[in-house]
Design a binder for this molecule. Structure first.
Ligand code: HEC
Length: 156
């Protein structure tokens, strides 16, 4: 006659099964993101980021050569005003507050929407492609300049 599994035995079994599942979850899909980054790789990643920041810095300060090289020379400003003239050191750009309801646009907006708003309104320029290299560089410069700010999405 087979003996019934004891309560304690079942408990032990489920603890082991549970443990296996937990280990599988921890070791599974997350592992792809946990591959250690070597110092050499980290240096490359940071250089890529800082290169974008530098390009954005130049665009933000109205550097014509950079704007031409990035294909946005005719778009960014028609007034001769560079972003930095109204936003020295990227002040008052508040990247940490996006996305949020933006009063000037009367809509829920991203930082990229707002960059384009400033290109169209104060700069009287032409909106740039939100996916363009120029937009990414401007975003990199603005966020880098505001590094250390506390994220306050939605803050008006
Ligand atoms: C003539 C002045 C002027 C220029 C030049 C200008 N801006 Fe602005 N910018 C403003 C004003 C005014 C606001 C609205 C401030 C507010 O939020 O009340 C603003 C807001 C912003 C904001 C959002 C701030 C917030 O919290 O909502 C961003 C981002 C921004 N500008 C980026 C840029 C970029 C990038 C450029 C260059 C392409 C630029 N601005 C050029 C005047 C200017």
């Amino acid at each position: 006659m087979k003996s019934k599994p004891s309560f304690l035995g079942l408990l032990q079994y489920s603890a082991i099964a549970g443990g296996v599942i937990v280990v599988a979850i921890l070791a599974g899909p997350t592992r792809a993101h946990k591959d250690p980054v070597t110092p050499a790789q980290l240096k490359v990643y940071q250089e890529v980021f800082m290169e974008e920041v530098r390009k954005g810095d130049l665009l933000f300060h109205g550097d014509t050569a950079t704007a031409e090289a990035m294909g946005v020379a005719d778009d960014l400003s028609k007034t001769g005003m560079a972003c930095a003239m109204c936003h020295p050191m990227a002040s008052d750009t508040h990247p940490q507050s996006f996305p949020k309801f933006q009063a000037q646009m009367a809509k829920f907006a991203t930082l990229r929407d707002m960059i384009n708003w400033c290109i169209e309104k104060p700069n009287q320029g032409v909106k740039i492609d939100p996916e363009s290299d120029a937009m990414k560089a401007l975003e990199a410069y603005i966020t880098w300049s505001n590094g250390g700010s506390v994220l306050q999405p939605g803050k008006f």
